[in-house]
Design a protein around this ligand. Structure first.
Ligand code: BG6
Length: 484
């Protein structure tokens, strides 16, 4: 059985920064795949806009090279590539001057979806927004897509929101968090709200705690300059981990509709309590053999930026009172692994002999690798020897269960870009959500910046600084292993 691909309306998509890394690595290859899957056809157009001074022919050649680099050869058949390249146009645009804007405006067609992807640094967002408006390119069909980082604190996020709102309505602004485009993230909502089984147990009466881990094996090499100004808090926690936390913790929305879902997420962010210094562990990876340390990778010998962060977070509402959410993310850890683990309480009374190694029920929602869900349940060990209990996984690795479907599943960017064309904002962050997330994060950032706090060094290939283990040990709990 093949995935159902629903074609989108005809569109003109202009990509600012079309010759940059993200456009070549993710956005344009993603669009190629969607065209190949039949989600749009040759009537739609993709317009590259950037400073680079070349024409549509040069742009097509450049993008052809990018496709060869980022798409498997067996997916690159000649006809599909030609059809895709024929959809591409290019305009050289000077963002801070007048060059190219009239030409760009002249290319926009009426009566089709008109999307603009800001694949550029945030310092250019405001100016591009103003130029689109002053050159008459904003109409009812206009949508703008912006990448993170959306601000670096509450103040800058508010300023960016104000600049955007001066030019567009909120329902025209698509703030991307690519974690929301991941298949399993949406599956989390399907699991919670499409089954009767879990929701009755989804509260402080049955859940002991939640662990959210986004571990990466790579370092920051190549992106050191950007990363050193961000750190794990701004790069991963304020956005990606926050979104995972919201979807895990939110109340059921009344409908699966953008504002209903975003209202519920916002309530969670606003219910987060402040995190005390003792509940935060910051780390920085040390050198290991031939592998450089963080300070070498970031080319900043004095850096006190964290490449690892673990924290204990509480949600102040009825459902979650007394249930800690432990968040952990870091670079150069043992494996690349992202998961949400719901750790349930023990049964109130055991009728069996006590056993030292009992672990209890855990529901694991694994985002990567091997997307899927596993529920750890207790059974009787088979065979003679009395009533000995053991835990076994009820495993639902999507690649096994849904093998034929998983292959043509769009990746996060593909899905999100198609949602922009459809006008579906459910998987994008609303302005108030982003501001609330910064409002929660800011005091922590300010705290360690003012204290000039040095992160704890940690070994590469492990699970972060020992203090992160202590964060759970002191509560009588332990982190799950970072496994492949
Ligand atoms: C990005 C961060 O947003 O997400 C990167 O800037 C990080 O530092 C990446 O590596 C992780 O994304 P994924 O999809 O590989 O988990």
């Amino acid at each position: 059985m093949v995935s159902k691909t629903i074609p989108v309306d005809v569109f003109d998509l202009t990509i600012f920064g079309a010759t940059g890394d993200l456009a070549k690595r993710k956005i344009l290859p993603g669009l190629f795949r969607r065209m190949r899957a039949g989600q749009f056809d040759k009537n739609s157009r993709i317009i590259g806009a950037s400073r680079t001074d070349y024409d549509s022919v040069g742009f097509r050649k450049d993008i052809h090279d990018a496709l060869k680099e980022h798409i498997a050869p067996e997916e690159l058949n000649k006809e599909d590539v030609e059809a895709f390249l024929n959809c591409l146009e290019y305009v050289a645009v000077d963002i801070f001057d007048t060059g190219g804007w009239k030409e760009l405006a002249a290319l926009q067609r009426d009566g089709v979806v008109r999307a603009f992807y800001f694949s550029v640094g945030p310092s250019l967002f405001g100016e591009i927004a103003r130029k689109l408006t002053s050159n008459g390119m904003v109409n009812e069909q206009t949508r703008v897509v912006v990448e993170k980082p959306f601000g670096r604190d509450l103040e800058t996020a508010k300023a960016l929101n104000a600049e955007f709102r001066a030019c567009f309505n909120e329902d025209q602004i698509y703030r991307i968090d690519h974690y929301l485009g991941k298949e399993t993230v949406q599956n989390l909502m399907a699991l919670r709200f499409g089954n009767i089984l879990f929701e009755p147990l989804w509260n402080s009466q049955y859940i002991d705690h939640v662990q959210i881990t986004a571990s990466e094996s790579l370092g920051v090499g190549g992106r050191g300059a950007y990363y050193d100004k961000s750190g794990a808090m701004r790069d991963m926690v304020q956005n990606h981990l926050m979104q995972l936390l919201c979807l895990t913790a939110m109340e059921p929305p009344s409908r699966f509709e953008s504002n209903a879902v975003r209202d519920e997420k916002l309530k969670i962010i606003r219910a987060l309590s402040g995190v005390t210094k003792s509940d935060i562990v910051r780390g920085q990876y040390a050198a290991s053999g031939d592998e450089p340390s963080y300070v070498t990778d970031s080319e900043n010998p004095e850096s006190i930026t964290e490449s690892f962060l673990a924290m204990k977070v509480n949600i102040e509402n009825w459902r979650w009172a007394g249930v800690p959410f432990y968040l952990r993310t870091g670079k150069r850890l043992r494996h690349r692994m992202t998961e949400i683990a719901i750790v349930f309480k023990d049964p109130p009374h055991s009728i069996f002999e006590p056993q030292d190694d009992r672990k209890g029920n855990v529901l694991v929602i694994r985002l990567q690798p091997d997307e899927g869900m596993t529920m750890r349940v207790t059974i009787k060990e088979p065979g003679p020897g009395g009533m000995r209990l053991r835990e076994v996984p009820l495993d639902m690795t999507f690649a096994d269960v849904l093998a034929d479907k998983v292959e043509d599943t769009p990746d996060a960017y593909e899905r999100l870009i198609m949602d922009v064309i459809r006008g579906n904002q459910t998987l994008f962050m609303r302005g108030d959500e982003v501001e609330a997330a910064w409002a929660w994060v800011d005091p922590m950032l300010q705290g360690w910046t003012e204290r000039k706090e040095k992160p704890k060094p940690y070994d590469q290939g492990g699970s972060g600084p020992d203090d992160a283990l202590m964060l759970l040990h002191k509560d009588g709990r332990r982190w799950r292993e970072i496994t492949k």
